[in-house]
Design a protein around this ligand. Structure first.
Ligand code: NAP
Length: 250
């Protein structure tokens, strides 16, 4: 077993917490970010930013840096980098684990329409609805054909190019507590939410608020992906590393 660094493919809150945990435990950790967020939160350990140049680039990086364990802790909807990670692991034969937060399941009182794509979400919105579009800027364009719908688009960073929607308002904020989300949905007279089944707690508050208010949610399902050595939380990944790769500690 090599004593090289652990490489975490990150960009999620879980990845950042995992990096902090592993650094405290004495591991050398490199977190990799795509570079999409303008002002990323500070990470413990080393950080590299930007694409690798496909699976081949990732393989080259792993070999050059003598990476001893690859952790894919990217977002459930970030499929390209995860595919590249599996190709890189198959090629380099280093140990691998994926950290993926569990999906949300509907609970009593929820009124969800589950769809398998953005395009189906566009079609599922009834005419004259007022919709909270809780999606990243790169997922907004398909909704431009719904001129009969008022959209409230919530984002953390302002979009770099104007949004291509006909009837909309932009809200630059993060999800709040359940009561804040309920107040926001009520104030904006929203009738529906469109979001992705991202899992986790930070963006679940709007789902809870929708349940409390009886609002329908159009939920975009996660893409299918191989569940190769996938664990649901930081504790499980940390335990996996401790039991299987204890010799990685520096
Ligand atoms: P993606 O479609 O799976 O990846 C596209 C390309 O971006 C990859 O081929 C890779 O470029 C580069 N890339 C992605 N993640 C990277 C990472 N952690 N480190 C280095 N390069 C990375 O990814 P995405 O959906 O655009 O997401 C990009 C990042 O944002 C990920 O780190 C993800 O965890 C985070 N994020 C995504 C979402 C989402 O909704 N998709 C939400 C929250 C956070 P090369 O091929 O050149 O290596």
């Amino acid at each position: 077993m090599s004593n090289g660094p652990i490489l975490i493919l990150g960009g999620t809150a879980e990845a950042s917490k995992l990096a902090a945990r592993l650094v405290v435990q004495g591991h050398r950790v490199i977190s990799s970010l795509a570079g999409r967020t303008r002002d990323p939160a500070k990470l413990e350990g080393e950080v590299r930013i930007g694409g690798f140049g496909g699976a081949r680039g990732l393989i080259g990086y792993i070999v050059r840096e003598n990476v001893s364990l690859l952790i894919d802790a990217t977002h459930p909807f970030a499929t390209q980098i995860s595919d590249n990670a599996l190709l890189a692991v198959a090629s380099t034969n280093i140990p691998f684990v994926r950290l993926e937060r569990p999906v949300w399941h509907p609970k009593p009182g929820d009124n969800w329409t589950s769809v398998t794509s953005l395009e189906r979400a566009v079609s599922a919105i009834p005419a004259k609805a007022r919709v909270l579009l809780a999606l990243g800027r790169q997922h907004i364009a398909p909704f431009s054909r719904r001129g009969d719908v008022h959209f409230v688009v919530r984002m953390i960073d302002p979009p770099e190019i104007p949004l291509d929607l006909i009837d909309f308002e932009l809200e630059l904020s993060k999800p709040g507590k359940v009561e804040d989300e309920a107040a926001f949905l009520t104030k904006k007279r929203l009738t529906h939410i469109v979001c992705r089944n991202s899992g986790g707690s930070a963006s679940y508050t709007k789902i809870r608020a929708a349940r409390d208010l009886g609002l329908p949610v159009i939920m975009i399902d996660r893409p299918h992906r191989p569940d190769t050595n996938t664990l649901p939380d930081i504790e499980s990944v940390s335990h996996f590393i401790d039991t299987t790769f204890g010799s990685l500690r520096t």
